[in-house]
Ligand binder design. Structure first.
Ligand code: TYC
Length: 106
């Protein structure tokens, strides 16, 4: 859109169109880490409960973590990722499993 020149005391003021200030938020991967003790079924339950995965997807991610050492559960803005990590930690502690959940910048 064309800018109308703004005049003050007969003088034209130089006006610049403001650049949009909002940047998309940085995104964070939430990861599960493999261990030898947490039952596979518990990991599938975590993926369904906290990451809204269906059983088939949850099983695929769990097996990926089991065979490769780690796997991505989802991509979230920082505060959501922190909440997911906290919820998984609490739930795992409550059930006395050593499951590790971490996050890293995508
Ligand atoms: N390795 C575990 C077992 O054999 C299963 C497991 C999968 C544990 C994923 C943790 O993040 C994990 N029971």
């Amino acid at each position: 859109m064309e800018e109308e020149p703004i005049k003050e005391g007969g003088q034209e003021l130089a006006v610049e169109t403001a650049k949009p200030k909002l940047q998309p938020p940085k995104m964070y991967k939430v990861l599960l880490i493999n261990d030898d003790y947490t039952p596979m079924e518990f990991v599938v339950d975590i993926l369904e409960r906290f990451f809204n995965k269906d059983r088939q997807t949850a099983t695929r991610i769990m097996l990926e973590v089991h065979t490769r050492g780690s796997g991505v559960c989802g991509l979230f803005p920082r505060d959501v990722a922190e909440t997911k990590v906290y919820q998984v930690d609490q739930y795992s502690k409550t059930h006395e499993h050593p499951l590790l959940c971490t996050m890293e910048e995508a």
